[in-house]
Write a protein that binds this ligand. Structure first.
Ligand code: NAP
Length: 344
């Protein structure tokens, strides 16, 4: 993300509901780097807040959770909410709206009902507000924020796949790490890769997203904006992952029918090939317009940089090599490679 050069405007008082996990921590760090004063409210179960932020321990599921951040007439230039639970967000806005000049809610592209159509923008239809579902809960939360703060004082950030250093889901770390492992192997180490024509991805680097959120607060941006990276084909994305890993070895492509027949999971998690989603139903999932974000100053860095830094982060992690949360175990991949070869 290339922010316009120049000094930050006046020092803002920001209240972050979250800040102990990945994106929230990046937002807090970006805000502190711009000279703002940041208070984070969370349980602390996900980790610590970045040094320099004030931490208020509270469970949003309990009565009076927000009392410490409104006591004594405290006021906030912006409340940045990373919540997933609509009831938490409803409770928060009812207490915090009078104390907050504006609200930023971090939502998700999972709010959209149609994942099949590429090029869709923020005007697309939403899922219904079934709060037991992630997307539905985000829809209900967005409505609560806009209902309380009004359109002029609300910024709804619908994030797409977030990637880069710290990606604990492994979705942007798996491919560069897998290719790097193969590149470093002393024996031939073919890599099982996805061959899914028509499928695009558009990860947004966590650092670009975080710095843009802070810049948007400084500018008083309002509205609803998809925060997505540059769209590229999955094939080009895998080529980029090979490039940053220095991989020139053998790849063994498999298509969707083969993946389904062999029980490989899409998207993330164990026994998966990350970033694959069924193209018939999800060709639009990683192919949103992104135009409103670009017009609002969200300029993603080149994807090679995101993948390179995701790889460095994966390598820096203690414990067994390999991204947790995504991909195939080496033995499982070997079995699948043998099956793929038998088919040839
Ligand atoms: N990862 C992606 O690709 C992706 C894509 C689209 C949108 N998003 C959205 O981006 C955001 C990601 O945020 P994140 O990475 O900072 O972390 P997160 O894992 O979504 O956690 C959100 C924050 O909420 C806090 N929290 C959860 N339950 C709480 C409770 N009962 N009381 C108080 N605080 C509570 C957590 O802190 P404690 O556990 O310490 O309390 C954490 O700091 C989320 O809004 C997510 O929906 C993510």
């Amino acid at each position: 993300m290339l922010l316009a050069a120049g000094s930050a405007p006046r020092r803002l008082r920001l209240l972050v509901l979250g800040g102990t996990a990945w994106l929230g921590g990046e937002i807090v760090s970006a805000a502190l780097a711009r000279g703002h004063e940041v208070t984070c409210l969370a349980r602390g179960s996900s980790g610590a807040v970045p040094a320099g932020a004030r931490f208020v321990r509270a469970d949003r599921g309990t009565a009076g959770a927000y009392d410490p951040v409104v006591a004594g007439g405290q006021r906030w230039d912006a409340v940045v909410d990373l919540g997933r639970d609509a009831s938490h967000v409803r409770d928060a806005v009812s207490v915090l709206e009078p104390a907050g000049a504006s609200s930023v809610f971090v939502s998700s592209v999972s709010v959209y009902a149609d994942t099949a159509t590429p090029g869709a923008d923020e005007s697309a239809a939403l899922v219904d507000g079934d709060e037991s579902d992630y997307g539905g809960s985000k829809v209900a939360a967005e409505r609560a924020v806009v209902g309380a703060f009004g359109r002029e004082r609300s910024l709804i950030v619908r994030a797409g796949l977030i990637g880069g250093p710290g990606d604990h889901t492994g979705r942007t770390g798996w491919w560069p790490l897998r290719f790097a492992r193969a590149a470093a192997a002393t024996e031939p180490d073919p890599v099982l890769v996805l061959d899914v024509p028509g499928l695009d991805v558009q990860p947004i680097d966590v650092r670009d997203l975080a710095s843009w959120v802070v810049a948007s607060v400084e500018r008083g941006l309002s509205g609803t904006i998809d925060a997505v990276g540059d769209r590229q084909s999955l094939a080009d994305h895998l080529t980029a992952a090979r490039r940053v890993a220095g991989h020139t070895g053998e790849v063994v492509p498999v298509d969707e029918a083969w993946l389904e027949a062999h029980g490989v999971n899409p998207w993330a998690g164990p026994w998966s090939l990350p970033l694959w989603v069924p193209v018939a139903t999800h060709a639009g999932f990683g192919a949103r317009s992104g135009g409103a974000g670009r017009a609002a100053g969200l300029v993603p860095r080149p994807v090679d940089e995101t993948l390179r830094d995701a790889l460095a982060w994966e390598r820096s992690r203690p414990g067994p090599a390999g991204p947790h949360g995504a991909g195939l175990e080496p033995d499982d991949e070997r079995d699948l490679l043998a099956a793929a070869r038998r088919r040839r």
